[in-house]
Design a protein around this ligand. Structure first.
Ligand code: PMP
Length: 419
């Protein structure tokens, strides 16, 4: 059924009324399969959900009650478009852990970093503009950039993150084609979906190229504090104030349901973001901002981040051990933090075509194609180990191995017959 078919019109009588950009909001086939994945017998290595059960419920309940007791009606009133001042001051302390020093004036609190990304895309992207991004890149950002009808140009990325040489080549190619590059979108630490970290050596090189070429960097860093052994390299924003817009979030170090993130931007961009936020939302939620502020002021938030690190380290180990046991010949990234493994399948196996078979075997993952704006990535898949217990991760990867091995055997048989 196509969007213009009579059946489609019967299902939605308003089909002709939508703006052209609404077409970019089509549900992916993969998303459709995920409804099956919520069945308890399926081990889902698909969605990137934080393990919120590792949070102390009583402490959160206390922060909730104290917010009402201390901030009272202010907590349930409209707030400023830039976000709560006390929280912005606390965010400065958080960012200092990654080498960033800033003033409260340059921070804007957002409704999750997803909303920060959407506002930035709305401010910068016209139809056909180029966004440079890692290959693979975050599916949620790709969705936004597509919605603003941008062209996403993936830059070669390896185990040390984006290659500066490849970045320069992509820029030269885009310029030769007469295209307008608006920004470089980077997830520098334990990236979603690859799990890789942009090395300390490459960071200044990428920055230097972007400065020379006058390309803004959007540094999206929700996972940086979730390192397993040693802290992540200093943020790109810590090396430059004017050319980098930095996004952070409480979704992974606290909980995503609060929907609180933040953006640190040069003053002119910050002013536009406040206006964009006021226009779209009036203000971010006063209550959740104040509750997080209360939690940061009175709970052991650094200890909580440590707890998360321990949980995710154990799960990363479970995932890598299971890969070693059941799929020893497959290439996988070895993340030093965060939630994800990026797995390369044997030549000829398409991860999207394989997904229904995997779900039948009671395991789910996200196919690599979700993470490329140009539909490539068939040979890859993302495993997210943040949510299932280590035993379930082991079982999930064992099931995944059954599916992949069967596919490989079938492929071999066909190839033998073809000879
Ligand atoms: N950026 C990246 C790289 C992410 O992985 C996510 C969440 N999966 C987000 C942004 C959005 O996070 P939130 O809106 O919950 O802050």
């Amino acid at each position: 059924m196509t969007e213009s078919s009579p059946q489609a019109h019967n299902l939605d009588p308003w089909l002709d009324a939508y703006a052209a950009r609404a077409e970019t909001l089509a549900v992916s086939e993969v998303r459709a399969l995920f409804s099956v994945v919520s069945r308890p017998e399926v081990v889902s290595l698909a969605g990137g959900m934080p393990y919120v059960a590792a949070l102390p419920k009583e402490t959160l309940a206390k922060a909730y009650a104290d917010t009402m007791a201390k901030r009272g009606l202010l907590a349930i009133q409209y707030g400023g478009g830039q976000g709560d001042l006390t929280l912005r001051d606390q965010i400065r302390e958080l960012m200092a852990l990654e080498g960033i020093h800033s003033s409260v004036e340059d921070l804007v609190v957002t409704t999750g970093s997803q909303h920060g990304l959407d506002m930035l895309a709305g401010l910068f992207l016209d139809k056909g503009d180029v966004v440079l991004a890692e290959g693979p890149s975050y599916v949620g950002a790709i969705g936004i950039f597509r919605h603003y009808e941008a062209h996403i140009e993936h830059v070669h990325t390896d185990h040390d993150g984006m290659s500066p040489e490849a970045l320069q080549e992509s820029i030269d190619r885009m310029k030769a084609d007469g295209r307008t590059i608006k920004f470089l979108y980077l997830v520098p630490n334990f990236a979603n979906p690859s799990g890789v970290t942009l090395s300390a050596e490459r960071r200044p090189k990428i920055l230097e190229i972007c400065k020379r070429e006058h390309i803004l960097i959007i540094e999206d860093n929700p996972y940086g504090l979730l390192y397993f052994d040693k802290p992540s390299p200093a943020a790109v924003r810590s090396m430059d104030e004017d050319g980098v817009v930095y996004l952070g979030s409480f979704s992974k170090i606290l909980a995503p349901g609060f929907r609180v993130g933040y953006v640190l931007a040069p003053p002119a961009i910050r002013d536009k973001m406040v206006l964009a936020q006021e226009s779209a939302l009036l203000c971010p939620s006063s209550f959740t901002q104040m509750m997080i502020s209360e939690f940061l002021a009175n709970a052991d938030w650094k200890g909580q981040i440590d707890t998360f690190r321990g949980v995710y380290r154990e799960r990363r180990d479970a995932a890598l051990n299971a890969m070693h046991e059941y799929l020893p010949n497959l290439e996988t990234t070895r993340p030093d933090g965060g939630f994800y493994l990026w797995i390369t399948l044997p030549e000829g196996i398409d991860s999207k075509a394989m997904l229904p078979l995997a779900v039948k075997e009671l395991v789910a993952y996200t196919p690599g194609t979700a993470f490329f704006g140009d539909g490539s990535g068939q040979r890859y898949l993302r495993v997210c180990y943040s949510f299932p217990t280590p035993d379930r991760i082991n079982l999930g990867i064992k099931r995944l191995a059954n599916v992949i091995n069967l596919q490989t055997e079938l492929l071999d048989t066909f190839q033998q017959k073809g000879k």
